[in-house]
Design a protein around this ligand. Structure first.
Ligand SMILES: [Zn+2]
Length: 259
């Protein structure tokens, strides 16, 4: 599984499709203004992501791993991908497993049916390992209006790779998530500080964590520094599903309190 850089026309087409899909929300999350949360996510689950899980665990926190069961144990741009046993172990350690399609399907260039079949296959495979996948990350952050609909019908949330903090009324299937790679990290530190100050839900995503990571990974020392920065700013770290449960619980309480 390797990244194929799109040509200019394809880049334009993807951008247009993302904009279309963005304009069409199917469900909202109302993030309370006083909520401060960060979720650390690992896409594809390369074996190197284990180092990230260990850093989180040292700080009593857990992450979300978005897995494609169809490409486990193959080579990727961020190193060899984990085995099914690694996925089960990670879940047993309290980390969350999310869906990333069965075969890392780009959801911008396929039909709704193709995306749906890939997702069903991934969920079925996950179920054989006793796992239920409720949250989704679009491979390479790509989607179109047709595939978004299918994803919205099947998952509580879906995540992009667009930098920003999720605040207030938020499209549940177009969550912003800032990549922890191809950046000098000053922008990421600024997002953490902003979340501490203004409130909101910051999602950070990466692949492998190592002293010398791949192009799509994060140096271990920086990853740990970012985890500490969240704590210094009173931002709790939690997997995506836990944050969503909290948001829904608060919304229900708020509704119950209305006359
Ligand atoms: Zn991916």
């Amino acid at each position: 599984m390797h990244y194929q850089p799109p040509g200019l026309l394809e880049r334009v087409s993807r951008k247009v499709q993302r904009a279309h899909a963005r304009a069409r929300p199917y469900a909202f999350l109302d993030i309370p203004p006083d909520m401060r949360r960060v979720s650390f996510c690992f896409d594809d689950f390369p074996k190197g992501a284990r180092e990230g899980a260990e850093i989180l665990e040292r700080h009593n926190a857990h992450g979300t791993f978005y897995v494609c069961f169809g490409v486990l144990e193959t080579e990727s741009d961020s190193g060899p991908l984990a085995s099914a046993q690694d996925v089960r172990d990670m879940a047993a350690r309290g980390h969350e497993i999310g869906c990333h399609t069965f075969d890392h399907m780009l959801c911008c260039s396929v039909s709704a049916r193709q995306a749906e079949e890939s997702c069903i296959r991934n969920r079925e495979e996950a179920a054989t390992h006793g796992l239920t996948l409720k949250h989704f990350a679009y491979p390479e952050g790509e989607l179109n209006i047709r595939t978004k609909r299918v994803i919205a019908d099947s998952y509580d949330t879906a995540r992009t790779v667009l930098k920003g903090v999720n605040q207030g009324r938020t499209d549940a299937h177009y969550l912003k998530a800032a990549p922890l790679y191809e950046t000098d990290y000053s922008d990421i530190r600024a997002l953490i500080v902003r979340t501490g100050k203004e409130g909101g839900w910051l999602i950070l995503c990466t692949h492998d964590i190592a002293e010398t990571p791949s192009q799509y990974g994060t140096p271990a020392a920086i990853f740990e520094e970012l985890v500490r920065l969240c704590m210094d700013h009173d931002i709790a770290i939690a997997p995506v599903g836990d944050v969503v449960a909290e948001i829904k619980q608060k919304a229900a309480l708020h509704k119950g309190a209305e006359p």
